[in-house]
Structure formats: C-alpha cells, structure tokens
Ligand binder design. Sequence first.
Ligand SMILES: [Zn+2]
Length: 498
Amino acid sequence: MSIKIYNTLSRKKEEFIPREKGKVSMYVCGPTVYNYIHIGNARCYVAFDVVYRYLKYRDYNVTYVRNLTDVDDKIINRANEEGLSTKEIAEKYVKAFHEDMNGLKNEPPQIEPRATEHIKEMIDAIKCLLEKGFAYEVDGDVFFEVQKFKGYGKLSGRAIDEMRAGERVNVDTRKHSPMDFALWKAAKPGEPSWNSPWGEGRPGWHIECSVMSSKYLGASFDIHGGGQDLIFPHHENEIAQAEACTGKEPFVKYWLHNGFVNIKEEKMAKSLGNVILVREILKKYDPNVLRMFFISTHYRSPINYSEENLEAVASALERLKTAVYNINYLAKSSIVGRDEESKVKQFEKTIVDVKGNFFEAMDDDFNTASALGVIFEFVKEMNLFLEESQKNLSVRAKDLLLEARDKLIELISVLGIELGAKKTADEFPDSILKIAEKILNHTFNDKNEALSALIEGRERARKEKDWVTADIIRNELNAQCFELKDTPQGCQVIFKGR
Ligand SMILES: [Zn+2]
C-alpha cells in the first residue's frame, strides 16, 4: 500500500513516489523570529512533525529542513520597539522558538538554516536571475519580473490578470509591473545590510526559502510544507525564482499546506490581535493535549480553538492513559482463569488488524483524525476484553493485554503523543527506595518495585482499616511527586515529575 498526498500544485490526491527510492527530502517554512509563536503557527509545526514521524515510521530515510528567517522588516521594527539590535531580537526569539518546539514535543529538523548565514548563496541566485533576464535592478533594489516566468500562478491557481485586478493603489512606480517582487532590498539607514554587486542591502523573504531549501535538498526535492497563507505569494514566488534560475521543473514534487486555527470564527493571526501563545497554553495543559487537539482534525481543514475543545481532548487523552494504567495494574494480578477460546481469538485479530487500519488512515493524506478514530476504537475493544478478563485472568489473556498496550503506545507515539508508560521509572527520585525500606522494612533495588510495594502496602493497610499507615504512605508519595487516585480498578498512580 502506498501513501497518497493531496498536492496543492495539482489540486488532487496523488500517489507518493519520492524522487529517490526510500528517501524523502522535506522543507518546511520556519518562523520569522520577531515574536513568540501562537497556536496558529504551532499547528503548522506539529502537522509537519507528524508527517516527518510517520514517513520515518514507514521506513523512509527523511531529510527534514526547516529554516529560521532572521532578517526581515518585522525584526527591524521589533528591535526598534524593544531597544535591542536586530541580532539580539533574532537570538531572543530563536531561543523562545526552540523552547516552544521542545514544549510541543516536536522533533527537531536535521537542518535548521538561518537566512543571515546564507547571504552569499542568495546573492548568487539573484545574479543568476539577472543573467537569465528574469530580474532587473533599480537604484540598488533588484526585482523579479513576474511576466517573464511562464508558469507564474500554477501553485495558487491564479491567472495573471486576476492577480492584477487586486493591485493596490500605492505601487512602486519603479517596477515594470506591480506584481514584480523584491529579490534584494537596498539598505535604509540603521538597517542590517550586506555588501552586494548592487550596493549595501538585504535579501527579500521569498529568495531566502528557495535558496536554503535547494542548498540542502537539491534543485528538485520531494515535499515543501507551510500554512495555507503562504501559497500566495510566498510559495508561488519560490517556484518562480527556483525554476527560472535552475531551469529544472518541478522545483518541488508535492506541496502541502495546513489549514488555519480559528478562534470565535476568525483566523488566529497576530495582525488580528486574537492570538494565544504556545507558552501560555503549555502552562495550563500537558503538551500531549495540545498535540491531540491539533491532530484530531485533518491538517488541511480549519480547526476551532476554544478552552472547551481543549478540555474535551484532555478527557479523551485521559481515557487512553487510564487504559494503559489498568493493564499495568492487571499485569500484577495473579493468574486464576482459563481462556475463553472465541474471545481470545477475536481479540488476537483486533491486535493484528489495528496497525493495518492505522496505516490505512495515515496513508490517506496523513489523516490523523481517522487514525485517532482507529486508536479509540482499539482502546474500546481493549477495555472490553480487559473487563471480561478481570474476573477470570488467564496467561494468554494477560499476554494479549500487554501486547495490546504496547501496540497502543507505539502507534500513538507515531503521532508524537506519549502515554508515558515505559521510561518513567528512570525518572523516579532515588528516595523512593529509602521510603519503601523505612515503611515496609524491606530492601529494594528497583524503583518500580519499590513503588508497587508501597501501593500494595497502602491497599493492604486500607483493607485492614489501618488509616495511619495508609496516610503515611500517601503523604510520603505525594512529597515525592506521586499523585494517587483511587479508582474502581484500584489505585492509579501518576508521577508528576520533579
Ligand atoms: Zn518560506
């Protein structure tokens, strides 16, 4: 089975055939570093993080490049506002961006080029466009002449006449056509600038991305991603610059664009002043909740942000965590029963099928919404089987439940969601060993074992109505960042971390 991707360029779903077998080259437009990112920006980075993770899971060797635009009008304005240099502003917000990406549990791209470190390559590309007659210079500015490039408009599906109809009144009269865009901007006093054949100046935004993507991925590559607002003019211009200069077509085989985040039926955008910062949301919610909120809608569709929607996602996530917890708990129970052959057979099949169903959903243009549907359906089956097995646990049933749990954790981690069942013991404080020894008069070497013994000790104490011991254990564990919740399946332990 092959992956199908909706390609903005052809406006249809196409079979995904990378240029080189088994390898994928992918570029995503990164941030202009002049401010903290909001959740509208974050959706793009999470959407393509999932694409990246899934392609790797399907055994592709993926080279993922995401740039940093660290020279721009917005950065210059911000520097003036904050009384810092443009360099200081860029550094400050690059650091903040990385913090937010880590906070969202996005995997870093392999290459993260910065515009200011590629000025020479940009100057070379502009020289190439001038030599080939696609660009012209006026007073130290260089413009791309849109009319000279035949394919202009092929990505956005706009005809040139149509684009002209929307021209603004205030156009630069030095341009041959109002649609022409800047490749190089002559320096204004106090702005960062570099020396060039056209005098001091700096590159335009569009040339940054076509130059940095082709430097690391070649003149033609597989996937280019970004938000839908970048289709025109940014990506349209990238195609024009790249294909005009190299003569190679297509510059990019598959163009992918994610939908907006809306808030109260309006697009979330800095210019509209209705933004919610990633760092604000991450103070209130687990990153897994925010990720699950994004991926519960297909990446191309708009998504509505509201606290209620986040709360709904948070409780759905809790269902998955509870399922894992319940199986972990059951795994400690003793074997009493024998298999009911038909039920075991049926559940075996459920476990075998889930991966195929998950692939089918994700292969269909990375449909994370249906992939999550597959996962929740699977968890429903797991819970049913668990409930039946509880009364009469057999060896086979226990093994199957553990296998199902691992499958769940594996598949959801492809979407970047951690159910946190495996590694946690390493993070437990060492003091847990001492506490267990003190309370239970028994030496432990394994932190997980010490925790289990304490939980069992507490349950025993509660059964014997020895409330003092039960409370001591609870308080000691609380002090070590373990939260205890008593549920019908037993005591649920959540490690809050140090
Ligand atoms: Zn870009």
